[in-house]
Design a protein around this ligand. Structure first.
Ligand code: DAH
Length: 337
């Protein structure tokens, strides 16, 4: 290789070097005892008198250029790392890529099933009025859920309506119906709060998805059909659903809905307490008093509502046995989903 070529290639390689180690390797390659330049210089004696000064000059110039390029780059590296206090020659720290929390995913997955059926998603505030959380929903003044051991109240000025951390997502029914006339088909995903002692199945904060549909001539069979469709879409085609009579102040009639146990397919196991069924939500036809509170004319509309606990559904779907795992932020747990 001639000397000009050596220079061109050396310049290129020095420019590409990104570590001090690489620069040292290049120094040995181009200036070391076994380098081509050293060989040229030590072989000068064998050249003719005319050639000797020309080749010698070119080789020395090349050596000086490579030497100064290397020195320049080494000192630039050192200044950089001294100024910033960062050793840029150390291998980098890889940033871990985050991912969506499993509860956010399940919230979206539940809402999406209803969105496909034509529902829209509405969110409400986590700080609510006592009216929206209780009174508007036909929950009587002496109902135990209004007690301070079942609801977090917020200190409010005297003569002002009491505020609280919403204990369910149902108050968004009141907000939406007060502002809009039917037809309405809405799902409400969000956080709710209750002063429960934390254990494997309770948390002072958890998530619910509320849903409601209001129009003319809506029947209980519409509710059953839509929830059955939801269960199949969300849990799989083999899922069965049953409704049991229940009581909620804001619906009449009311029901609780169970799905066939996803662990034992209804045969009975420890997860379903040998019953073969798992309770997943509350539902019913919206109570006339709720319509009255939002200003709808009596008998003008009918509708259904339902509400489900998201952590419970996520626990059933993914076989998780402790609600606290969702909120401890242990990456080993969160990475699995
Ligand atoms: N709000 C109820 C709760 O937190 C859940 C619920 C039950 C919502 C029945 C509804 C319903 O809309 O119809 O326990």
């Amino acid at each position: 290789m001639d000397i000009t070529n050596i220079k061109i290639i050396a310049e290129k390689e020095i420019a590409q070097a990104v570590t001090l180690e690489e620069l040292e390797t290049l120094r040995i390659k181009y200036l070391g005892k076994k380098s081509q330049l050293s060989k040229v210089l030590s072989g000068l004696g064998k050249l003719s008198q005319q050639e000797r000064p020309l080749v010698g000059k070119a080789a020395n110039e090349c050596k000086i250029i490579i030497q100064s390029l290397l020195e320049e780059k080494v000192s630039a590296f050192k200044i950089n790392s001294a100024e910033s206090g960062v050793d840029i020659t150390l291998p980098g720290i890889r940033k871990e890529l985050g991912k969506e929390h499993i509860i956010s995913t399940v919230l979206k997955d539940i809402s999406d099933v209803f969105v496909k059926m034509g529902f829209c998603v509405v969110q409400g505030p986590e700080i609510e009025t006592e009216f929206n959380n209780f009174t508007g929903l036909n929950i009587p003044l002496d109902h135990p859920s209004r007690e301070s051991f079942d609801t977090f109240y917020i200190k409010t000025e005297k003569n002002r309506e009491r505020l609280l951390l919403r204990s369910h997502t149902s108050p968004v029914q009141i907000r939406v119906m007060r502002e809009n006339k039917p037809p309405l088909a809405v799902v409400v995903p969000g956080k709710v709060y209750r002063p429960d002692a934390v254990d494997a199945s309770h948390s002072f904060m958890f998530h619910q998805v509320e849903g409601f549909l209001v129009d003319k001539n809506i029947k209980f069979s519409d509710l059953k059909g839509m929830l059955q469709k939801f269960a199949v879409e969300f849990f799989g085609s083999q899922i069965k659903m049953r409704f049991r009579p229940h009581f909620f102040p804001f619906t009449e009639p009311s029901a609780e809905a169970d799905i066939s146990c996803i662990i034992c397919q209804g045969r009975g196991c420890s997860v379903c307490g040998r019953k073969g069924w798992l309770e997943i939500l509350g539902a019913g036809m919206i109570h006339p008093n709720v319509f009255k509170h939002v200003g709808y004319k009596q008998g003008a509309y009918s509708g259904f509502a339902f509400g489900m606990g998201v952590e419970r559904i996520a626990m059933l779907k993914y076989g998780i046995n402790d609600i606290r795992l969702f909120f401890e932020n242990d990456k080993r747990f969160l990475k699995q989903f």
